[in-house]
Design a protein around this ligand. Structure first.
Ligand code: ATP
Ligand code: MG
Length: 420
Protein backbone atom coordinates (compact mmCIF):
# COMPACT_ATOMS: atom_id res chain seq x y z
CA UNK A 1 0.00 0.00 0.00
CA UNK A 2 1.28 3.45 -0.87
CA UNK A 3 -0.01 6.72 0.56
CA UNK A 4 -2.43 6.88 -2.36
CA UNK A 5 -5.46 4.97 -3.49
CA UNK A 6 -7.45 4.89 -6.71
CA UNK A 7 -9.94 7.81 -6.67
CA UNK A 8 -13.46 7.15 -5.41
CA UNK A 9 -15.61 5.35 -7.94
CA UNK A 10 -12.63 3.97 -9.86
CA UNK A 11 -10.69 0.74 -9.69
CA UNK A 12 -7.55 -0.70 -11.21
CA UNK A 13 -7.48 -3.63 -13.56
CA UNK A 14 -4.76 -5.97 -12.41
CA UNK A 15 -3.70 -9.47 -13.48
CA UNK A 16 -5.17 -12.02 -13.64
CA UNK A 17 -8.66 -10.38 -13.84
CA UNK A 18 -7.47 -7.72 -16.28
CA UNK A 19 -7.12 -10.47 -18.92
CA UNK A 20 -10.90 -10.78 -18.93
CA UNK A 21 -11.27 -7.12 -19.87
CA UNK A 22 -8.93 -7.55 -22.81
CA UNK A 23 -10.84 -10.66 -23.88
CA UNK A 24 -14.18 -8.83 -23.65
CA UNK A 25 -12.92 -5.89 -25.73
CA UNK A 26 -11.56 -8.33 -28.26
CA UNK A 27 -14.78 -10.35 -28.41
CA UNK A 28 -16.99 -7.28 -28.82
CA UNK A 29 -14.84 -5.73 -31.52
CA UNK A 30 -14.16 -8.92 -33.54
CA UNK A 31 -17.62 -9.12 -35.18
CA UNK A 32 -17.42 -5.39 -35.99
CA UNK A 33 -14.00 -5.70 -37.59
CA UNK A 34 -15.34 -8.58 -39.67
CA UNK A 35 -18.30 -6.48 -40.81
CA UNK A 36 -16.68 -3.45 -42.35
CA UNK A 37 -16.29 -1.26 -39.26
CA UNK A 38 -13.02 0.70 -39.12
CA UNK A 39 -11.29 1.62 -35.87
CA UNK A 40 -11.51 5.22 -34.66
CA UNK A 41 -9.87 6.85 -31.68
CA UNK A 42 -10.73 10.32 -30.41
CA UNK A 43 -9.36 12.43 -27.53
CA UNK A 44 -10.34 11.68 -23.95
CA UNK A 45 -11.72 15.21 -23.65
CA UNK A 46 -13.65 17.55 -25.91
CA UNK A 47 -15.14 21.00 -25.95
CA UNK A 48 -17.86 20.84 -23.29
CA UNK A 49 -20.37 22.29 -25.76
CA UNK A 50 -20.11 19.21 -27.97
CA UNK A 51 -21.59 17.09 -25.20
CA UNK A 52 -24.10 19.73 -24.11
CA UNK A 53 -25.51 19.66 -27.64
CA UNK A 54 -24.64 16.13 -28.66
CA UNK A 55 -25.84 14.34 -25.53
CA UNK A 56 -28.45 16.90 -24.54
CA UNK A 57 -28.77 19.75 -22.05
CA UNK A 58 -31.62 18.02 -20.25
CA UNK A 59 -29.95 14.65 -19.70
CA UNK A 60 -28.46 13.48 -16.41
CA UNK A 61 -25.16 12.98 -18.17
CA UNK A 62 -24.86 16.67 -19.02
CA UNK A 63 -26.56 18.23 -16.00
CA UNK A 64 -25.07 16.06 -13.25
CA UNK A 65 -22.44 13.62 -14.45
CA UNK A 66 -19.89 15.51 -16.50
CA UNK A 67 -16.33 16.19 -15.40
CA UNK A 68 -15.73 19.69 -16.72
CA UNK A 69 -12.60 21.76 -16.53
CA UNK A 70 -11.22 25.08 -17.63
CA UNK A 71 -7.72 24.88 -19.05
CA UNK A 72 -4.98 27.36 -18.24
CA UNK A 73 -5.69 28.79 -21.68
CA UNK A 74 -9.34 29.32 -20.77
CA UNK A 75 -10.89 26.51 -22.86
CA UNK A 76 -13.97 24.81 -21.42
CA UNK A 77 -13.46 21.08 -21.75
CA UNK A 78 -15.13 17.95 -20.45
CA UNK A 79 -13.81 14.44 -20.00
CA UNK A 80 -15.84 12.39 -22.44
CA UNK A 81 -18.92 10.85 -20.78
CA UNK A 82 -19.82 8.80 -23.89
CA UNK A 83 -18.54 8.10 -27.38
CA UNK A 84 -21.14 8.95 -30.01
CA UNK A 85 -20.84 12.74 -30.09
CA UNK A 86 -17.03 12.57 -30.33
CA UNK A 87 -17.07 9.94 -33.06
CA UNK A 88 -19.55 11.90 -35.14
CA UNK A 89 -17.56 15.09 -34.60
CA UNK A 90 -14.38 13.34 -35.73
CA UNK A 91 -16.04 11.75 -38.77
CA UNK A 92 -17.37 15.14 -39.88
CA UNK A 93 -14.03 16.82 -39.24
CA UNK A 94 -12.22 14.23 -41.36
CA UNK A 95 -14.94 14.44 -44.04
CA UNK A 96 -15.37 10.67 -43.91
CA UNK A 97 -18.98 11.11 -45.03
CA UNK A 98 -17.89 12.86 -48.23
CA UNK A 99 -15.89 9.98 -49.62
CA UNK A 100 -19.09 8.77 -51.32
CA UNK A 101 -19.08 5.67 -49.26
CA UNK A 102 -22.03 5.71 -46.92
CA UNK A 103 -22.60 4.46 -44.35
CA UNK A 104 -19.36 5.33 -42.58
CA UNK A 105 -18.96 2.40 -40.21
CA UNK A 106 -16.70 2.94 -37.20
CA UNK A 107 -15.90 1.18 -33.95
CA UNK A 108 -14.11 2.43 -30.85
CA UNK A 109 -12.93 1.30 -27.46
CA UNK A 110 -11.94 3.43 -24.51
CA UNK A 111 -12.43 5.04 -21.12
CA UNK A 112 -15.42 7.20 -20.21
CA UNK A 113 -16.02 9.42 -17.20
CA UNK A 114 -19.22 10.22 -15.33
CA UNK A 115 -19.59 11.75 -11.92
CA UNK A 116 -22.08 9.20 -10.56
CA UNK A 117 -22.86 7.70 -7.18
CA UNK A 118 -20.46 4.75 -7.15
CA UNK A 119 -21.98 1.32 -6.58
CA UNK A 120 -21.61 -2.19 -7.96
CA UNK A 121 -21.53 -1.88 -11.75
CA UNK A 122 -21.60 1.93 -11.65
CA UNK A 123 -18.27 3.72 -11.65
CA UNK A 124 -16.85 7.15 -12.34
CA UNK A 125 -14.38 5.74 -14.80
CA UNK A 126 -15.56 2.87 -16.97
CA UNK A 127 -14.88 1.35 -20.30
CA UNK A 128 -16.98 0.87 -23.42
CA UNK A 129 -16.67 -0.63 -26.85
CA UNK A 130 -18.96 1.10 -29.32
CA UNK A 131 -20.01 1.12 -32.95
CA UNK A 132 -21.56 3.79 -35.13
CA UNK A 133 -22.93 3.53 -38.68
CA UNK A 134 -23.19 7.06 -40.02
CA UNK A 135 -25.12 8.50 -42.94
CA UNK A 136 -27.63 5.83 -43.95
CA UNK A 137 -31.22 5.13 -43.10
CA UNK A 138 -31.78 1.43 -43.64
CA UNK A 139 -33.49 -0.98 -41.24
CA UNK A 140 -30.87 -3.60 -42.16
CA UNK A 141 -28.23 -1.36 -40.58
CA UNK A 142 -30.12 -1.16 -37.29
CA UNK A 143 -30.58 -4.94 -37.44
CA UNK A 144 -26.90 -5.48 -38.28
CA UNK A 145 -25.74 -3.66 -35.17
CA UNK A 146 -28.10 -5.54 -32.86
CA UNK A 147 -27.13 -8.86 -34.45
CA UNK A 148 -23.39 -8.09 -34.05
CA UNK A 149 -23.80 -7.23 -30.36
CA UNK A 150 -25.78 -10.41 -29.84
CA UNK A 151 -23.05 -12.36 -31.62
CA UNK A 152 -20.38 -10.72 -29.45
CA UNK A 153 -22.13 -11.58 -26.18
CA UNK A 154 -22.78 -15.13 -27.36
CA UNK A 155 -19.17 -15.63 -28.42
CA UNK A 156 -18.19 -14.80 -24.85
CA UNK A 157 -20.56 -17.48 -23.58
CA UNK A 158 -23.15 -15.10 -22.11
CA UNK A 159 -26.68 -16.50 -22.14
CA UNK A 160 -28.77 -14.66 -19.54
CA UNK A 161 -29.07 -11.40 -21.45
CA UNK A 162 -32.16 -10.01 -23.11
CA UNK A 163 -32.63 -7.49 -25.89
CA UNK A 164 -35.27 -4.81 -25.34
CA UNK A 165 -36.49 -3.03 -28.46
CA UNK A 166 -38.63 0.00 -29.16
CA UNK A 167 -39.25 2.69 -31.76
CA UNK A 168 -39.28 6.34 -30.80
CA UNK A 169 -40.91 7.62 -33.96
CA UNK A 170 -39.49 10.49 -35.99
CA UNK A 171 -39.92 14.21 -36.42
CA UNK A 172 -43.36 13.66 -37.98
CA UNK A 173 -45.04 11.57 -35.34
CA UNK A 174 -43.06 12.12 -32.16
CA UNK A 175 -44.12 15.73 -31.55
CA UNK A 176 -47.77 14.65 -31.61
CA UNK A 177 -47.05 11.94 -29.09
CA UNK A 178 -44.95 14.26 -27.00
CA UNK A 179 -47.85 16.65 -26.63
CA UNK A 180 -50.29 13.89 -25.74
CA UNK A 181 -47.86 12.59 -23.14
CA UNK A 182 -47.28 16.05 -21.68
CA UNK A 183 -50.96 16.72 -21.16
CA UNK A 184 -51.34 13.31 -19.49
CA UNK A 185 -48.32 13.89 -17.22
CA UNK A 186 -49.35 17.39 -16.17
CA UNK A 187 -52.38 15.90 -14.39
CA UNK A 188 -50.31 13.55 -12.24
CA UNK A 189 -49.10 13.99 -8.69
CA UNK A 190 -45.37 14.59 -9.22
CA UNK A 191 -42.54 16.48 -7.54
CA UNK A 192 -41.15 19.79 -8.80
CA UNK A 193 -38.14 18.37 -10.62
CA UNK A 194 -40.26 15.82 -12.46
CA UNK A 195 -42.75 18.55 -13.37
CA UNK A 196 -39.92 20.50 -14.94
CA UNK A 197 -38.88 17.39 -16.81
CA UNK A 198 -42.37 17.10 -18.31
CA UNK A 199 -41.75 20.37 -20.10
CA UNK A 200 -38.17 19.74 -21.29
CA UNK A 201 -37.95 16.02 -21.71
CA UNK A 202 -41.29 14.26 -21.12
CA UNK A 203 -40.24 10.86 -22.51
CA UNK A 204 -37.67 10.62 -19.75
CA UNK A 205 -40.44 10.61 -17.16
CA UNK A 206 -41.50 7.20 -18.51
CA UNK A 207 -38.06 5.99 -17.51
CA UNK A 208 -38.49 7.03 -13.84
CA UNK A 209 -37.46 4.15 -11.60
CA UNK A 210 -39.62 5.11 -8.59
CA UNK A 211 -42.60 2.84 -7.88
CA UNK A 212 -44.99 5.68 -6.96
CA UNK A 213 -44.26 7.31 -10.31
CA UNK A 214 -44.51 4.07 -12.27
CA UNK A 215 -47.90 3.36 -10.66
CA UNK A 216 -49.30 6.58 -12.12
CA UNK A 217 -47.95 5.79 -15.58
CA UNK A 218 -50.04 2.70 -16.24
CA UNK A 219 -52.49 4.52 -18.49
CA UNK A 220 -49.98 6.85 -20.13
CA UNK A 221 -50.46 7.22 -23.89
CA UNK A 222 -48.26 4.76 -25.75
CA UNK A 223 -45.86 5.80 -28.45
CA UNK A 224 -46.77 2.73 -30.43
CA UNK A 225 -50.25 4.11 -30.99
CA UNK A 226 -48.81 7.32 -32.43
CA UNK A 227 -46.17 6.00 -34.84
CA UNK A 228 -46.64 7.22 -38.41
CA UNK A 229 -46.86 4.67 -41.21
CA UNK A 230 -43.26 5.17 -42.29
CA UNK A 231 -41.98 4.58 -38.74
CA UNK A 232 -44.23 1.59 -38.29
CA UNK A 233 -43.00 0.01 -41.53
CA UNK A 234 -39.36 0.73 -40.62
CA UNK A 235 -39.77 -0.83 -37.20
CA UNK A 236 -41.54 -3.89 -38.57
CA UNK A 237 -38.65 -4.40 -41.00
CA UNK A 238 -36.06 -4.24 -38.19
CA UNK A 239 -38.11 -6.75 -36.19
CA UNK A 240 -38.47 -9.05 -39.19
CA UNK A 241 -34.74 -8.98 -39.93
CA UNK A 242 -33.88 -9.79 -36.32
CA UNK A 243 -36.39 -12.63 -36.27
CA UNK A 244 -35.03 -14.02 -39.52
CA UNK A 245 -31.53 -13.91 -37.98
CA UNK A 246 -32.78 -15.91 -35.00
CA UNK A 247 -32.12 -13.05 -32.57
CA UNK A 248 -34.76 -12.97 -29.85
CA UNK A 249 -35.93 -9.60 -28.53
CA UNK A 250 -38.69 -8.18 -26.35
CA UNK A 251 -40.81 -5.22 -27.36
CA UNK A 252 -40.51 -2.66 -24.59
CA UNK A 253 -42.55 0.45 -25.21
CA UNK A 254 -41.19 2.13 -22.08
CA UNK A 255 -37.65 2.12 -23.45
CA UNK A 256 -36.83 5.74 -24.31
CA UNK A 257 -34.10 8.22 -24.97
CA UNK A 258 -35.27 11.66 -24.20
CA UNK A 259 -33.87 13.80 -26.97
CA UNK A 260 -35.38 14.86 -30.23
CA UNK A 261 -32.48 13.75 -32.35
CA UNK A 262 -32.91 10.15 -31.21
CA UNK A 263 -35.33 8.61 -33.64
CA UNK A 264 -36.95 5.30 -34.44
CA UNK A 265 -34.99 2.24 -33.32
CA UNK A 266 -33.84 2.18 -29.71
CA UNK A 267 -32.62 -0.87 -27.83
CA UNK A 268 -30.94 -2.02 -24.67
CA UNK A 269 -29.15 -5.19 -23.65
CA UNK A 270 -29.95 -6.17 -20.08
CA UNK A 271 -28.48 -8.96 -18.00
CA UNK A 272 -30.53 -10.63 -15.31
CA UNK A 273 -27.62 -11.43 -13.00
CA UNK A 274 -26.56 -7.85 -12.27
CA UNK A 275 -29.16 -6.49 -9.86
CA UNK A 276 -30.14 -2.89 -10.47
CA UNK A 277 -27.23 -2.00 -12.80
CA UNK A 278 -28.66 -4.42 -15.34
CA UNK A 279 -27.94 -2.59 -18.62
CA UNK A 280 -24.84 -4.05 -20.23
CA UNK A 281 -25.27 -2.01 -23.39
CA UNK A 282 -27.57 0.20 -25.34
CA UNK A 283 -28.03 2.17 -28.48
CA UNK A 284 -30.27 3.31 -31.24
CA UNK A 285 -30.85 5.62 -34.13
CA UNK A 286 -29.89 9.29 -33.91
CA UNK A 287 -31.00 10.82 -37.19
CA UNK A 288 -30.87 14.43 -36.00
CA UNK A 289 -27.58 14.48 -34.11
CA UNK A 290 -25.31 15.53 -36.96
CA UNK A 291 -27.37 18.66 -37.55
CA UNK A 292 -27.40 19.37 -33.81
CA UNK A 293 -23.61 19.65 -33.87
CA UNK A 294 -23.49 21.72 -37.05
CA UNK A 295 -23.14 18.95 -39.63
CA UNK A 296 -25.27 17.96 -42.62
CA UNK A 297 -28.23 15.62 -42.38
CA UNK A 298 -26.73 12.21 -41.64
CA UNK A 299 -29.15 9.59 -40.30
CA UNK A 300 -27.11 7.23 -38.14
CA UNK A 301 -27.35 4.35 -35.70
CA UNK A 302 -25.00 2.98 -33.08
CA UNK A 303 -24.48 1.29 -29.75
CA UNK A 304 -22.10 1.23 -26.82
CA UNK A 305 -21.50 -1.84 -24.68
CA UNK A 306 -20.12 -1.53 -21.17
CA UNK A 307 -16.99 -3.60 -20.70
CA UNK A 308 -17.08 -3.46 -16.88
CA UNK A 309 -20.65 -4.71 -16.67
CA UNK A 310 -20.03 -7.35 -19.32
CA UNK A 311 -17.22 -8.76 -17.16
CA UNK A 312 -19.56 -8.68 -14.14
CA UNK A 313 -22.21 -10.46 -16.20
CA UNK A 314 -19.72 -13.19 -17.16
CA UNK A 315 -18.81 -13.60 -13.50
CA UNK A 316 -22.49 -13.65 -12.49
CA UNK A 317 -23.13 -16.47 -14.96
CA UNK A 318 -19.98 -18.28 -13.90
CA UNK A 319 -18.60 -18.25 -17.45
CA UNK A 320 -14.93 -19.20 -17.54
CA UNK A 321 -13.35 -17.53 -20.55
CA UNK A 322 -11.04 -19.63 -22.62
CA UNK A 323 -8.09 -17.31 -22.10
CA UNK A 324 -4.93 -18.12 -24.02
CA UNK A 325 -2.09 -19.34 -21.76
CA UNK A 326 0.28 -16.43 -21.34
CA UNK A 327 3.46 -18.45 -21.00
CA UNK A 328 4.29 -21.69 -22.82
CA UNK A 329 7.88 -22.13 -21.70
CA UNK A 330 9.52 -21.11 -18.43
CA UNK A 331 13.31 -21.15 -18.16
CA UNK A 332 15.09 -21.78 -14.87
CA UNK A 333 18.86 -21.19 -14.85
CA UNK A 334 21.04 -22.54 -12.06
CA UNK A 335 24.16 -20.39 -11.95
CA UNK A 336 25.68 -17.44 -13.82
CA UNK A 337 26.67 -19.25 -16.99
CA UNK A 338 23.27 -20.96 -17.28
CA UNK A 339 21.59 -17.59 -16.84
CA UNK A 340 23.31 -16.21 -19.94
CA UNK A 341 22.69 -19.32 -22.00
CA UNK A 342 19.03 -19.79 -21.07
CA UNK A 343 18.29 -16.10 -21.47
CA UNK A 344 19.53 -16.53 -25.03
CA UNK A 345 17.22 -19.51 -25.55
CA UNK A 346 14.25 -17.52 -24.19
CA UNK A 347 15.00 -14.68 -26.61
CA UNK A 348 15.20 -17.16 -29.47
CA UNK A 349 11.87 -18.72 -28.47
CA UNK A 350 10.17 -15.35 -28.26
CA UNK A 351 11.45 -14.38 -31.68
CA UNK A 352 9.99 -17.63 -32.99
CA UNK A 353 6.61 -16.60 -31.58
CA UNK A 354 6.65 -18.86 -28.53
CA UNK A 355 5.52 -17.24 -25.28
CA UNK A 356 8.42 -17.69 -22.89
CA UNK A 357 9.44 -16.35 -19.50
CA UNK A 358 12.49 -16.56 -17.31
CA UNK A 359 13.34 -16.88 -13.60
CA UNK A 360 14.90 -13.48 -13.04
CA UNK A 361 16.89 -12.49 -10.02
CA UNK A 362 19.05 -15.57 -9.56
CA UNK A 363 16.62 -17.47 -7.31
CA UNK A 364 17.06 -21.03 -6.12
CA UNK A 365 15.54 -24.01 -7.93
CA UNK A 366 12.61 -24.39 -5.53
CA UNK A 367 11.38 -20.79 -5.73
CA UNK A 368 11.93 -20.68 -9.48
CA UNK A 369 9.92 -23.88 -10.02
CA UNK A 370 7.08 -22.37 -8.01
CA UNK A 371 7.07 -19.42 -10.39
CA UNK A 372 7.14 -21.82 -13.32
CA UNK A 373 4.04 -23.54 -11.93
CA UNK A 374 2.27 -20.27 -11.33
CA UNK A 375 3.02 -19.10 -14.88
CA UNK A 376 0.96 -21.96 -16.27
CA UNK A 377 3.80 -22.85 -18.65
CA UNK A 378 3.49 -26.20 -20.36
CA UNK A 379 7.28 -26.76 -20.40
CA UNK A 380 10.20 -25.72 -18.26
CA UNK A 381 13.82 -25.58 -19.29
CA UNK A 382 16.30 -26.12 -16.47
CA UNK A 383 20.05 -25.95 -16.84
CA UNK A 384 22.97 -26.03 -14.37
CA UNK A 385 26.76 -26.26 -14.65
CA UNK A 386 26.76 -29.98 -15.35
CA UNK A 387 24.12 -29.72 -18.08
CA UNK A 388 26.07 -26.99 -19.81
CA UNK A 389 29.26 -29.03 -19.63
CA UNK A 390 27.37 -31.79 -21.46
CA UNK A 391 25.82 -29.31 -23.91
CA UNK A 392 22.23 -30.07 -22.84
CA UNK A 393 19.26 -28.55 -21.03
CA UNK A 394 16.61 -30.42 -19.05
CA UNK A 395 13.24 -30.14 -20.72
CA UNK A 396 10.31 -30.90 -18.43
CA UNK A 397 6.73 -31.46 -19.53
CA UNK A 398 4.74 -29.87 -16.69
CA UNK A 399 1.61 -31.86 -17.52
CA UNK A 400 3.10 -35.37 -17.56
CA UNK A 401 6.05 -34.59 -15.29
CA UNK A 402 8.37 -36.26 -17.81
CA UNK A 403 11.84 -34.82 -18.07
CA UNK A 404 14.57 -35.41 -20.64
CA UNK A 405 17.91 -33.93 -21.63
CA UNK A 406 17.84 -32.11 -24.96
CA UNK A 407 20.92 -30.81 -26.80
CA UNK A 408 21.15 -27.08 -26.14
CA UNK A 409 21.33 -26.21 -29.83
CA UNK A 410 18.10 -28.07 -30.49
CA UNK A 411 16.08 -26.86 -27.49
CA UNK A 412 14.19 -24.09 -29.31
CA UNK A 413 13.39 -26.27 -32.32
CA UNK A 414 12.27 -29.14 -30.08
CA UNK A 415 9.93 -26.84 -28.13
CA UNK A 416 8.54 -25.35 -31.32
CA UNK A 417 7.81 -28.88 -32.56
CA UNK A 418 6.14 -29.99 -29.31
CA UNK A 419 4.04 -26.83 -29.05
CA UNK A 420 2.92 -27.24 -32.61
P1 ATP B 1 -27.60 3.43 -16.80
O1 ATP B 1 -29.06 3.51 -17.07
O2 ATP B 1 -27.20 2.14 -16.12
O3 ATP B 1 -27.04 4.64 -16.13
P2 ATP B 1 -26.87 4.55 -19.32
O4 ATP B 1 -28.15 4.61 -20.06
O5 ATP B 1 -26.38 5.78 -18.64
O6 ATP B 1 -26.91 3.35 -18.25
P3 ATP B 1 -25.32 4.40 -21.75
O7 ATP B 1 -25.02 5.83 -21.75
O8 ATP B 1 -26.33 3.87 -22.73
O9 ATP B 1 -25.76 3.95 -20.27
O10 ATP B 1 -23.96 3.59 -21.87
C1 ATP B 1 -23.88 2.29 -22.45
C2 ATP B 1 -23.36 1.27 -21.45
O11 ATP B 1 -22.22 1.75 -20.75
C3 ATP B 1 -24.34 0.92 -20.34
O12 ATP B 1 -25.28 -0.02 -20.79
C4 ATP B 1 -23.42 0.36 -19.28
O13 ATP B 1 -23.09 -1.00 -19.55
C5 ATP B 1 -22.18 1.20 -19.44
N1 ATP B 1 -22.17 2.26 -18.41
C6 ATP B 1 -22.81 3.46 -18.44
N2 ATP B 1 -22.53 4.17 -17.33
C7 ATP B 1 -21.69 3.39 -16.59
C8 ATP B 1 -21.04 3.56 -15.31
N3 ATP B 1 -21.15 4.68 -14.60
N4 ATP B 1 -20.24 2.55 -14.85
C9 ATP B 1 -20.09 1.41 -15.55
N5 ATP B 1 -20.67 1.20 -16.75
C10 ATP B 1 -21.47 2.17 -17.27
MG1 MG C 1 -26.49 6.53 -16.73
Amino acid sequence: MSTFQAPKGTYDLTPPRSAKFLAVREAISAPLRDSGYGYIETPGFENVELFARGVGESTDIVTKEMYTLTTKGGDQLALRPEGTASVLRAALEANLHKAGNLPVKLWYSGSYYRYERPQAGRYRHFSQVGAEAIGTEDPALDAELIILADQAYRSLGLRQFRILLNSLGDKECRPVYREALQSFLRDLDLDEETRRRIEINPLRVLDDKRADVQKQLTDAPKLRDYLCDACKAYHEEVRALLTAAGVAFEDDEKLVRGLDYYTRTTFEFVHDGLGSQSAVGGGGRYDGLSEMIGGPELPSVGWALGVDRTVLALEAEGVELDLPATTSVYAVPLGEEARRVLFGVVTELRRAGIAADFAFGGRGLKGAMKSANRSGARYTLVAGERDLAEGVVQLKDMESGEQSAVPLAEAAAELAKRLG
